[in-house]
Design a protein around this ligand. Structure first.
Ligand code: DGP
Length: 114
């Protein structure tokens, strides 16, 4: 997707602080962190949102959580706890339409989210 910011990051046409990369996934620091640890984990396949995922995307979306678990351990927030969030659509505040899992940690968090 030429006009997708995250596709541009995948293609290295835009800089990002990359923390993990393999053939099909990428994780990088959020540009506007909401917690001491705030990482975005994305599939390299352009999937717009959870709402537009199809059955063949099931593994990719599940794998986002395994990458998040590993990064939470690397960042040492796994004992204190962390939050994983996928915003879907306007009401949820999704602003980039390339599915991404937020990994937030390093501070206590309120519930319910605003
Ligand atoms: P969401 O609101 O769930 O769609 O989250 C999008 C996140 O993406 C938001 O926390 C800010 C982050 N973001 C937007 N543009 C960029 C960028 O160019 N680089 C990085 N690293 N993060 C970005």
């Amino acid at each position: 997707m030429p006009d997708c910011i995250f596709c541009r990051i995948i293609q290295k046409k835009m800089p990002a602080k990359v923390l993990f990369e393999d053939t099909h996934f990428l994780a990088f620091e959020d540009i506007n962190p909401k917690a001491p640890t705030h990482i975005l984990i994305i599939p390299k396949k352009h999937i717009e949102s959870l709402d537009t995922m199809v059955e063949e995307d099931e593994f990719a979306v599940g794998r986002l959580f395994m990458v998040a678990r590993n990064l939470a351990r690397e960042k040492k927030v796994h004992r204190s706890g962390y939050r994983t969030v996928i915003n879907t659509g306007t009401d949820a505040g999704q602003s980039v339409f390339h599915i991404h899992l937020h990994l937030l940690g390093g501070r206590p968090m309120a519930w319910p989210p605003g």
